[in-house]
Design a binder for this molecule. Sequence first.
Ligand code: AMP
Length: 218
Amino acid sequence: MRLVLVGPPGAGKGTQAAFIASAESIPKISTGDIFRANVSEGTELGKLAKQYMDAGDLVPDSVTVEMVRNRLAEEDAVRGFLLDGFPRTVPQAEELGAALQATKRPLQRVVNFQVPRADVIRRLSGRRSCPKCQATFHVEFAPSKKGNACDRCGEMLVQRSDDKPEAIETRLKVYEEQTAPLIQYYAHKRLLSELDASGSMDEVFEALFGVLAPYSAI
Ligand code: AMP
């Protein structure tokens, strides 16, 4: 299965991507996760990406496209892949299309996660994560039983710096201006499926599974 998930930040793409990737035994390639890993390892890429991420802006296309091209060339992506958070601009989508065309493995489906703006803000602002074991929580929808500490390892939970109110505003504006045009772009290519992602995690998973059934390898 060769798949792209699009939708505003906080739409639940990452959570659902992890479920599908595990069910299909394909890698979940999340550009946000790759950037965050580089930030915590203190690499040159991480230092560059951090300034954009903290402000809620996009990392420049030149850097991001090259990173994804290299990741898609890895062995585990040959059977299929699930892209989460990439592409995020029309030029990124064009570069992705060209790279996949060159290896004769075009995209099979692009799923657009639709969630009302007010829900997105609620989901993002309540999100917390564990800096040690990477477990994720939500103060309202999936709280840790230990309050501000991680259920699994006891470490104090943190809020992503780009989930703070000013950065959320910028991320949503960037999404509307730069990422939302991808919906038309992929609709014209007849690759787009719309998904109501406003329900619970289980409801969204079931709906997504239905959309993807024709492309499943299992
Ligand atoms: P995410 O976890 O997908 O919300 O991504 C977190 C941040 O990483 C974004 O706000 C951007 O700063 C950066 N980022 C992730 N994916 C991309 C991308 N495809 N293009 C540019 N920047 C990205």
